[in-house]
Design a protein around this ligand. Structure first.
Ligand SMILES: Nc1ncnc2c1ncn2[C@@H]1O[C@H](COP(=O)(O)OP(=O)(O)OP(=O)(O)O)[C@@H](O)[C@H]1O
Ligand SMILES: [Mg+2]
Length: 257
């Protein structure tokens, strides 16, 4: 049984009198502990597809199973609990500017019944994990892009998720900072056994970090397989194009192994 199993996913958006099919015929399995990359140009349907995993986007058709549980059949209360176990990070960090680093990290717990002590200890542990202990009381405007993404990562981990979805989380960062964030994601994968979905348009990010990769075009997955096989023997012209574009960028494989 795979941790994530998407079957025959289709997503239509209805706009006034026309229908845009953003995702179609998608079948995808992610095993527990994997780092799974999704690559495609802007508009390919990557974000729409991954948003079906926690049903932020309900698919028009298809099945979304997490741990063999059909997400589309859950009650609102059950869905809310399952969603807590799926963290998300984004290109633009989405931090709350009027809150400190620590307050941002603890924000998802605002309605939880945890005690102040429990929350403080969780914040301390996460600040340490992402290397921001000294910035606990800083505000987002005082942080670099890389530090903001670390805050977002810590916030995404506050409910001890099984899955982390990274939607272009390094796209606004310079190469050195990208490298550091990829190191951190790799570390989380290894130490927390976190299953990670990495969406990107940069094939070099996939090469450095992922085990498996799927290439999307026009809402469909046109090729998928192990990173090694896809890089060695790309079947589709678009895959080859992404590989060619990524050459010359140097992102090192994270060194935690
Ligand atoms: N809420 C929406 N309403 C209507 N159309 C949408 C909506 N969200 C996405 N789309 C359309 O669906 C298609 C896929 O969009 P999506 O954001 O999933 O692509 P993407 O691969 O994540 O692109 P990017 O790399 O730019 O983030 C696009 O044509 C987009 O315009
Ligand atoms: Mg997107």
């Amino acid at each position: 049984m795979s941790l994530i199993e998407l079957s025959n996913i289709k997503v239509d958006f209805k706009q006034s009198n026309q229908v845009i099919t953003a995702v179609q015929n998608v079948n995808l399995k992610v095993e527990r502990g994997q780092i799974f990359g999704i690559v495609g140009y802007s508009g390919a349907g990557k974000s729409t597809l991954v948003r079906t995993i926690n049903l932020l986007q309900r698919p028009t058709h298809g099945s979304v199973k997490i741990n063999d549980i059909e997400m589309t059949s859950l009650s609102p209360v059950e869905l809310r609990l399952k969603r807590q176990k799926i963290g998300m990070i984004f290109q633009h960090f989405n931090l709350l500017e009027e809150m400190t680093v620590k307050q941002n990290i603890l924000h998802p717990l605002k309605r939880s019944k945890q005690t102040t002590n429990q929350k403080e200890s969780k914040a301390k542990q996460l600040l340490e994990l992402v290397g921001l202990t000294d910035q606990a009381n800083a505000y987002p405007y005082q942080l670099s892009g890389g530090q903001k993404q670390r805050v977002a990562i810590a916030r995404a981990l506050v409910n001890d998720p099984d899955i982390l979805i990274s939607d272009e989380s390094t796209s606004a960062l310079d190469p050195k900072t990208t490298q550091q964030i990829l190191e951190l994601l790799n570390h989380l994968n290894l130490t927390l056994h976190l299953t990670i979905l990495v969406i990107t348009h940069e094939m070099q990010v996939i090469e450095a970090l992922a085990d498996q990769v799927a290439i999307m075009e026009h809402g469909q997955i046109i090729e998928q397989g192990s990173v090694q096989n896809v890089f060695n023997q790309p079947k589709q012209a678009l895959t080859q194009e992404f590989i060619t574009l990524s050459q010359g960028f140097s992102i090192q494989k994270p060194q935690y192994n």
